[in-house]
Design a protein around this ligand. Structure first.
Ligand code: NAD
Ligand code: DAU
Length: 351
C-alpha cells in the first residue's frame, strides 16, 4: 500500500488512477480538498476496495502519525501543495503553510514511522517528493536546459516554497537517513487540469467566448509534458531511483506561450468550429505581465533516460490533441469546477 498526498488534484489524481489501473496496489489518498482538490477526479475509484480517500491537512502532524500507524504504507508519494504561481504572488501565506510547514510535518511523521519499522520494511520504505523545475529559476535564451546540478534560484513565492521543501527533503536524508527521492518536473498538461492554468484556461475561455489572456509579449517559454508521462516517470523513480538523489522529468517540448495558445485555437477550429465562422485566435488578448515572470524553463531529462530508461510516450501534438478532446468531452467537469458546484456534489455524495 502507498500513501499519496494531494491525490485529488490534477497530477495526483492522474497518478492515483494510473497507479490503480497499472500497478494495482492499494492507495490511501490524503487531500485537504482546497479549491484545487476535487473528489470527482477520483470518482472512477468509488467502490474500488483498492482505494481509500481521507480528507485531511498535511500540516496536521497528529493526523499524519495516526494514519501512517493505521495504514502502514510502504511508500509516500507527496504531491500536496499550493501550486499556482499567480495565487502565490497575491497571497503567499498558504504556500508557506502547505509547501514548507506541511512538507516538514510529513517528513517528521514519516521519520517517526520509518524508525519504528522492522528491518526489511525499513529498507524498502520510500518517501518520494514531487517538485518542480521552477526551483532552478529562469534560463537565458541560449543556456542549456536544467540538469540536476543546476543551482537553485527560485523567483516566485511558489517556487521559493517548493525550493524550501526540496531542501528539507534533502536534509532529512543526510541528517536522519530517511530514504527519500525527489523529482523536479516541467509544466504538465492533460485531463483534470484546473482551469486557472494556461492550457485549460485557454481551452475553457475559448469555448465560453471569453478573452484568451496572454501575459506580456507571450514569448515566455515553458517545457510541456503530458501528465501521464509525468506519472510514469514518478513510478519509475519510485521503483529504481537512487536514495537521496533528484531526477529531472521533462518532455523536450519547449514552446512559447503564444504558440501554445495558437495551437489550441487551431485545434478548436478543427474540432469545434465557432458558429460565426471566425477563428478562436481572434479572442487572444495581450494583458499586463506577471510580476517577476520567469522567461524560460527547459528540462534536461537525460538522467531519467540514461539511468532509469524512462521516456515520455506522448509528443506535444498527440498530447495536446488528447487534452483538447478531453475538455470537449467533459464539459460537465469544467462547469462543476468553475461554479464550485463540485463542493455541493461532494457533500451530497460523501456526507
Ligand atoms: P493542484 O493544485 O492541482 O493539486 C494540489 C492538491 O493538493 C489538491 O488536491 C489540494 O486539495 C491538495 N492540498 C493542498 N494543500 C493541502 C494540504 N495542506 N494538505 C493536504 N492536501 C492539500 O496541483 P498539481 O498541479 O496537481 O501539482 C501537484 C504537485 O506537483 C505539486 O507539488 C506541484 O508543485 C508539483 N508540480 C506541478 C507541476 C504542474 O505543471 N502542475 C509541474 C511540476 C511539479
Ligand atoms: O514548471 C512547472 C510549473 O508549471 C509547476 O511547478 C506549477 O505548479 C504550474 O502551475 C506551472 O507553473 P507556470 O506558472 O509555468 O504555469 P501557468 O499555467 O500558470 O502559466 C504558464 C505560462 O503561461 C506562464 O509563462 C504564464 C503564462 N500565462 C498563464 C496564465 C494563467 C499567461 O500568459 N496567461 C494566463 O492566463
Amino acid at each position: 500500500m502507498i500513501l499519496v498526498t494531494g491525490g485529488a488534484g490534477f497530477i495526483g489524481a492522474n497518478f492515483v488512477l494510473d497507479w490503480i489501473a497499472q500497478v494495482g496496489e492499494p492507495v490511501v489518498t490524503l487531500d485537504k480538498l482546497t479549491y484545487a482538490g476535487n473528489r470527482a477526479n477520483l470518482a472512477a475509484l468509488e467502490g474500488d476496495g483498492r482505494h481509500t480517500f481521507l480528507q485531511g491537512d498535511i500540516t496536521d502532524g497528529a493526523l499524519l502519525e495516526q494514519l501512517l500507524a493505521q495504514h502502514q504504507p510502504r511508500a509516500i508519494v507527496h504531491f500536496a501543495a499550493e501550486s499556482h504561481v499567480d495565487r502565490s504572488i497575491h497571497g503567499p501565506e498558504d504556500f508557506i503553510q502547505t509547501n514548507v510547514i506541511g512538507t516538514f510535518r510529513l517528513l517528521e511523521a514519516a521519520r517517526s514511522y520509518w524508525n519504528g519499522l522492522q528491518d526489511q520494511a525499513k529498507a524498502a520504505f520510500r518517501f518520494l517528493h514531487v517538485s518542480t523545475d521552477e526551483v532552478y529559476g529562469s534560463l537565458a535564451p541560449e543556456a542549456p536546459a536544467f540538469t540536476e546540478q543546476h543551482a537553485y534560484e527560485p523567483n516566485s513565492p511558489y517556487s521559493a516554497s517548493k525550493a524550501a521543501s526540496d531542501h528539507l527533503v534533502r536534509a532529512w536524508f543526510h541528517t536522519y537517513g530517511l530514504p527519500v527521492l525527489t523529482t523536479n518536473c516541467s509544466n504538465n498538461y492533460g485531463p483534470l487540469h484546473f482551469p486557472e492554468k494556461l492550457i485549460p484556461l485557454v481551452i475553457t475561455n475559448a469555448l465560453a467566448g471569453k478573452p484568451l489572456p496572454i501575459y506580456g509579449d507571450g514569448q515566455q517559454i515553458r517545457d510541456w509534458l503530458f501528465v501521464k508521462d509525468h506519472c510514469s516517470g514518478i513510478r519509475r523513480v519510485l521503483e529504481a531511483g537512487q536514495l537521496g538523489e533528484t531526477y529531472n522529468i521533462g518532455g523536450h517540448n519547449e514552446m512559447a506561450n503564444i504558440d501554445i495558445v495558437k495551437r489550441i485555437c487551431a485545434l478548436l477550429d478543427e474540432l469545434r468550429p465557432r458558429a460565426d465562422g471566425q477563428g478562436y485566435a481572434t479572442q487572444i488578448t495581450f494583458v499586463k505581465d506577471r510580476p517577476g515572470h520567469d522567461r524560460r524553463y527547459a528540462i534536461d531529462a537525460s538522467r531519467m533516460q540514461n539511468e532509469l530508461g524512462w521516456q515520455p510516450a506522448e509528443t506535444f501534438d498527440s498530447g495536446i490533441r488528447k487534452t483538447v478532446q478531453w475538455y470537449l468531452d467533459n464539459a460537465a467537469w469544467v462547469e462543476n469546477v468553475q461554479s464550485g458546484a463540485y463542493r455541493d456534489w461532494v457533500q451530497k455524495q460523501y456526507a
